[in-house]
Design a binder for this molecule. Structure first.
Ligand SMILES: [Ca+2]
Length: 128
């Protein structure tokens, strides 16, 4: 416990509560958070999705790739217009490409209030 408190003081995580939960669940190294408050564990899981989207592996996702992915994964839940809106939300720099940073920033907001079960369920749903 003293170790954990020590690490919080040193690491100053964006989400201290999540940090504590992760610390107890997965240990010291995987609970470290990036600047968006994502733990290394969540970050790694999200990057799996990013890689699944990034079909041509150029480390960015364009709208075509996102479309192809949602189509393949039964993405009738969102319309083309909605998908474009989501894409534009992610594409902060407006260069029609979503890079890892933009992707992680976007998802860090959506997953902030999820507990680990909800988070894992979302990942599973998206990778199905
Ligand atoms: Ca790409």
């Amino acid at each position: 416990m003293a170790d954990m408190v020590q690490e919080i003081v040193v690491a100053k995580p964006v989400s201290p509560v999540q940090f504590m939960i992760d610390y107890l669940a997965v240990g010291s190294s995987l609970c470290q958070q990036d600047k968006y408050g994502l733990s290394m564990m969540r970050r790694a899981r999200l990057m799996k999705i990013f890689k699944a989207w990034d079909k041509n592996q150029d480390k960015t996702v364009d709208l075509k790739e996102l479309r192809a992915f949602t189509r393949k994964h039964g993405g009738n839940a969102v319309t083309q217009d909605e998908l474009k809106d989501i894409f534009m939300d992610m594409d902060e720099s407006g260069d029609s490409k979503v890079d890892e940073d933009e992707f992680l920033k976007f998802f860090s907001l959506s997953v902030k209030r999820m507990d680990d079960d909800e988070f894992e369920q979302m990942i599973q749903d998206m990778l199905q």
